[in-house]
Ligand binder design. Sequence first.
Ligand SMILES: *[C@@H]1O[C@H](CO)[C@@H](O)[C@H](O)[C@H]1NC(C)=O
Ligand SMILES: *[C@@H]1O[C@H](CO)[C@@H](O)[C@H](O)[C@H]1NC(C)=O
Length: 310
Amino acid sequence: MDPTFLVFIFTAIVWIAAADLSDAFVSVACESKHVGQLGQKTLLKCVVETSKVVVDPKIDMFSWTKDEKKLLVYQSGKITKQEPGFRLADPSWNEKNMDVSLVIDNTSLADAGTFTCEVITDSGDGKAVTNLQVTARYNKPIIHSIPEKFTGVSDSVLICDAYGGYPEGQIRWFDESNAEWTKSSHMTVHRTPNGLVHLSSELSLLRGSIFSSYTCVVFNASGDKDDETVFEVDPIQKGVAGDRETDTGTNIVAPVVVIGSLIIGLLMIMVLVRCRKRYQRNSPKAVPVCYSDIERGDKHEIDEELPATL
Ligand SMILES: *[C@@H]1O[C@H](CO)[C@@H](O)[C@H](O)[C@H]1NC(C)=O
Ligand SMILES: *[C@@H]1O[C@H](CO)[C@@H](O)[C@H](O)[C@H]1NC(C)=O
C-alpha cells in the first residue's frame, strides 16, 4: 500500500479524534423552550459550558441565527452584525464571558420559532437550539346585549368579545352564584390583521331569566384566567329589583319626616311654654311678644327654664 495514503489516513484519524475531544470539552447550554410575552423583553438564556480541563476559555466567534438569518454575530474581537431589536443580555460582554444570552427588546409574534446559537472557542465548538413561543394576554372582555335594553322579559343574547390575545383561548360564562353557562353559549375565533386572536361568545338567554348578573371570563391557551367582565342586569329593567329601589327611597324619606316633625313639635312646645310663663310673670295687661323675646336671646332665662320644662 502507498505509504503516503497510510500517513493521510493516520493524520485524518488523529485530526477527527482531536476535534471530537475538543468538542467534548465545550458545549452550549440553552433552555430548550422559552415563552415570551408580546411587546415585552424576552431573554433567550444560553451559556457556554466547558469541562474542568479547559482553563480560562476564550470565545473566538459566536452567532445567533433564526430561519437562516443571522441576528447577531461576534468575530475577530467585535460584533460584526446586529439586527435592530436584538442584543446581548450583558451589555459589557467580553470574550471571557461564557454567557451569550440574547435579548429581544420588543417581542413580536414573528419572533416565535427556533433560534440557533453557535460558539467557537479556543478550546472547541458548540451549538444549541432553543424554541421561542410568543403569547399575548387577552384584554378585559366587552359585553353587550341584544336587544340593547336588556329586560329579561323577552329572549335575548349576551355577546362577549375578547381581543388582543395569542394563541387561541376560551371564553366561559358564569352566573352570580358561579354556576357555569358555557354550554348555552357559542364561541367563534377570528384573527385580527395584527395576527392576534379575537374571541367572541354568544350566550342565549330565554325570557324570564332570573339572574341579576352574568360574568364573561377569558382564559388563555394554557387554561389560566386572563380577565373577566360582569354584566349587571339593569335593576330598573327588572320588575323585582325596580320595586326594591323604590322601597329604599321611601325608607330614607320616612325617618326624615318623623325626625323633622319631632323637632318642629319640640320647638313649638318650648315657644308656648315660654310665652305662657312670661305672660304669667308680667302684668296681665302686657301682650306677650314671644318671638322677639326669644330672638333677643334672654339666655339665662332659657337656660334656667329648659331643664324645668323638659
Ligand atoms: C413594540 O412593537 C410594536 C409593534 O411594532 C409597537 O407598536 C410598540 O410601540 C413597540 N413597543 C416599544 C416599547 O417599543
Ligand atoms: C397563561 O397565563 C399564565 C398566567 O398568567 C401564564 O403563566 C402562561 O404562560 C399563559 N399561557 C399562555 C399560553 O398564554
